[in-house]
Design a protein around this ligand. Structure first.
Ligand code: HEM
Length: 125
């Protein structure tokens, strides 16, 4: 399925598993945990909806919550360069430990998320 979207190649089950592993790591990260809610259930649900559309699947986030306006939604949170790196480190680790994501797809997803993460940084270190 190399010609389909990243969403088609990864599939909904592996994507959900990835998001679950990602927030398990966020909850344990000393830089990230303090700016996230203690209960990450809704955050994870929104992220799964966002990534589904971002990777070329159905636009679930738009349907449920409207335009993501991601940079604006992050402005209330101090996203420093260190937190950007911590976020990407959690994602990289989650990608490696989620079964069913081919290494080439993991690299492509990570590269795309690196660009979005750089755009979310809103506070100097
Ligand atoms: C929400 C931090 C990067 C997508 C949030 C929230 C925080 C946060 C604190 C609020 C959680 C909540 O109240 O539920 C960060 C940090 C990042 C980062 C430190 C480091 C650069 C990203 C990236 C994406 C993303 C790269 C997209 C791939 C989202 C989404 C939400 C969210 C979809 C939910 C928005 C909503 O409330 O509807 N993020 N984020 N974030 N973030 Fe990030």
């Amino acid at each position: 399925n190399q010609s389909g979207s990243l969403y088609d190649r990864i599939g909904p089950d592996a994507l959900a598993a990835l998001v679950e592993r990602f927030y398990a790591r966020v909850a344990l990260d000393p830089d990230l945990a303090p700016i996230f809610p203690a209960d990450l259930t809704q955050t994870a649900e929104k992220q799964l909806a966002f990534l589904t559309g971002f990777l070329g699947g159905p636009p679930l986030y738009h349907q449920r919550y409207g335009h993501p306006r991601l940079r604006a939604r992050h402005l209330p949170h101090a996203v420093t360069p260190a937190r950007g790196r911590a976020w990407l480190a959690c994602m990289n680790a989650a990608l490696r430990e989620t079964p069913g994501i081919a290494p080439a797809d993991a690299r492509e997803l990570y590269a795309a998320l690196s660009r979005v993460a750089a755009h979310m940084v809103n506070t100097p270190g």
